[in-house]
Design a protein around this ligand. Structure first.
Ligand SMILES: Nc1ncnc2c1ncn2[C@@H]1O[C@H](COP(=O)(O)OP(=O)(O)OP(=O)(O)O)[C@@H](O)[C@H]1O
Ligand SMILES: Cc1ncc(C[n+]2csc(CCO)c2C)c(N)n1
Length: 287
């Protein structure tokens, strides 16, 4: 029947609404929870055992955080994005002032240096190449950033099955030039199916994909209390949270309207549900 009786039309409409509601409920029922924690900021000896994630570390060409050795120890593989190698060469010895600089450099030897190679110094390249670091020169590609090239490398060499356990830590990603920061944030969206955490000494940023509900466990000795939830790229029609000083309750967020900055974590666990991808940011304590 094709809507001849007004009554039939209403019945069909009601049944359509009921079907849509059931579909929505089914989606809600099957929506998986993604767990987030900052245990990579805690020494391995104190962190949860066995660690549930496999970490990779990418070092960028920006002042490295004081806690870089901690990230290094958590990681199974360490990559430098082009000039990031200069930072490892110059800055890691400064974190161990009582040790011989060359010994420190040998201990913190990256597995791979990749990029367009316009920033790495020749002496740095020669030093690590002679120690066996793999070097991948992609100077022909002037359309993707050096960070993008490094993330692509990690993904290409991580088996499909293991990608769900992979977490890429990116040191030196924030602060400094805004075009670089924006490019680094864009990489979170380029590789939205991979866990990637951008880090500076002061804060971390990662994506909360709309495909999941999120539980963020707060290790309050290393992170917080300042935090933010930011819809980049498109508005969020509805976001709900628990555990924040200023929780959202089906709230719309958009640039030009409300975005949740200068919020405060008020619980050990924060939950977030949204119809859009959001950026989660949190302050890092003076480790
Ligand atoms: N000031 C910065 N702030 C944030 N990230 C940075 C900054 N400088 C570099 N990076 C990151 O480190 C990576 C490697 O830096 P590098 O200086 O080698 O890049 P580049 O491509 O030579 O940069 P440029 O745009 O200056 O040519 C960049 O792809 C970027 O992700
Ligand atoms: C529209 C557009 N804007 C900027 C660049 C430049 N660019 C982007 S990534 C990159 C490599 C940096 O190592 C360079 C040079 C481009 N190609 N296309």
């Amino acid at each position: 029947m094709n809507g001849v009786s007004p009554c039939g039309t209403v019945v069909r409409f009601v049944s359509h609404v009921a079907t849509k509601r059931r579909e929505k409920e089914a989606v809600l029922l099957v929506m998986e929870v993604m767990i987030h924690s900052s245990s990579f900021l805690i020494p391995s000896t104190h962190a949860d055992h066995p660690p549930s994630l496999t970490y990779a570390l990418v070092l960028l060409n920006q002042r490295l955080p004081r806690f870089t050795p901690l990230l290094w120890n958590h990681a199974q593989v360490r990559l430098c994005a082009d000039g990031g190698a200069n930072r490892v060469f110059d800055e890691l010895p400064l974190l161990f002032p009582h040790e011989d600089a060359i010994e420190v450099r040998k201990r913190y030897k990256p597995d791979l240096i990749k990029g367009d190679m316009d920033s790495i110094r020749a002496e740095v390249l020669d030093f690590y190449a002679s120690l066996g670091t793999k070097v991948v020169d992609e100077s022909h590609d002037q359309d993707t950033t050096d960070l993008h090239k490094c993330i692509a490398y990690i993904c290409d060499f991580t088996p499909h099955m293991e990608k769900s356990n992979l977490c890429i830590l990116v040191a030196g990603a924030l602060g400094g030039r805004f075009d670089h920061e924006a490019g680094n944030i864009n990489v979170l969206y380029n590789f939205s199916a991979i866990r990637i955490i951008l880090l500076s000494e002061d804060c971390l940023i990662h994506l909360l994909p709309k495909t999941h509900h999120h539980e963020i466990y707060i290790q309050s000795n290393v992170v917080g209390p300042h935090c933010g939830l930011i819809p980049i790229g498109m508005p969020s029609g509805s976001t709900s949270t628990t555990g924040l000083r200023w929780d959202l309750n089906g709230t719309e967020m958009r640039f030009g309207g409300l975005v949740s900055t200068s919020n405060i974590v008020d619980a050990d666990k924060i939950t977030v549900r949204s119809d859009s991808d959001l950026l989660w940011t949190m302050s890092i304590k003076n480790l």
